[in-house]
Design a protein around this ligand. Structure first.
Ligand code: SAH
Length: 245
């Protein structure tokens, strides 16, 4: 069963784009995931194929028309009724690794990419669409956001990543950032790989990694630390005898 990605976009040529290469590209060739693009403009209702109009109330830019969006969404949903529809918008709920994992475990995803000033709000009132943001930045279009989300899903599909385990230990998976990584040479510009990583003592290595993951999360991402009740986690891990000592 292949993961079905459907993109609703004014720029179908942007796909698969970078997802045609490397891990995701090989997975696409193998059929681990499939790609379908839907040109939003094909659902324009007039002979000029208009997809946007000026914002009600005035202001800069153009807004994607609700009738066009609804027709495009309805078309995609008819073809893939089992797939959730995500709309890319900075006003949406910030995407998380947990949501990515849930999507990757499902049948696929349909992603609506905005352009210009974005969507007529009534699309969200009238259709079951999940508004998703990829961070507190403003892109010129939803396509790069969709590529991000797809990339994150595809690498989790069965058989896509080399080592089956390499998804579990990573940043965000346990509520923490990943510990820092090193590789040879052992010494470079006078800097050495931490001795513990060369000790061969697996318990010590695991303890060091856990401590660094926790410390780095607390210092770099106090928001993540708070959200996962970092202090409580630290004492819980102490009880399991694998804390920082
Ligand atoms: N006027 C809007 C921004 C529109 S940017 C606002 O201020 O909220 C144009 C399109 O790019 C959006 O419709 C959306 O599809 C996409 N986009 C921009 N930033 C994004 C983000 N952080 N996350 C997801 N999509 C984004």
């Amino acid at each position: 069963m292949s993961f079905a990605a459907t993109l609703l976009t004014l720029y179908p040529e942007m796909f698969p784009g970078p997802l045609g290469l490397s891990l995701a590209g090989r997975a696409l060739e193998r059929g681990d995931w499939s790609l379908d693009t839907v040109q939003i403009r094909n659902f324009a209702q007039d002979k000029h194929r208009t997809v946007d109009d000026t914002p009600a109330g005035g202001g800069a830019g153009m807004v994607l028309k609700v009738d066009v969006l609804a027709a495009a969404i309805d078309h995609a949903r008819e073809k893939r009724p089992d797939c959730p529809v995500l709309a890319m918008t900075p006003r949406g709920r910030p995407i998380t690794q947990a949501r990515i994992r849930a999507l990757a475990e499902g049948p696929g995803v349909t992603i609506l990419c905005g352009r210009f000033e974005g969507f007529d709000e009534r699309i969200f009132e009238s259709r079951d669409v999940e508004e998703v943001s990829v961070g507190d930045i403003v892109l010129s279009g939803g396509e790069p956001a969709a590529l991000m989300i797809l990339d994150a899903c595809i690498r989790l599909l069965p058989g896509v990543m080399g080592a089956a385990s390499s998804g579990v230990d990573e940043s965000f998976e346990g509520g923490f950032l990943e510990y820092p990584q090193y590789t040879r040479p052992v010494e470079w510009e006078g800097r050495r790989i931490p001795e513990v990583l060369r000790s061969g003592d697996h318990a010590k290595i695991a303890a060091w990694r856990k401590t660094r993951a926790q410390d780095d999360t607390r210092l770099r991402r106090p928001d993540l630390w708070e959200r996962h009740g970092g202090v409580r986690d630290l004492s819980a891990s102490g009880a399991q005898q694998d804390s920082e000592e």
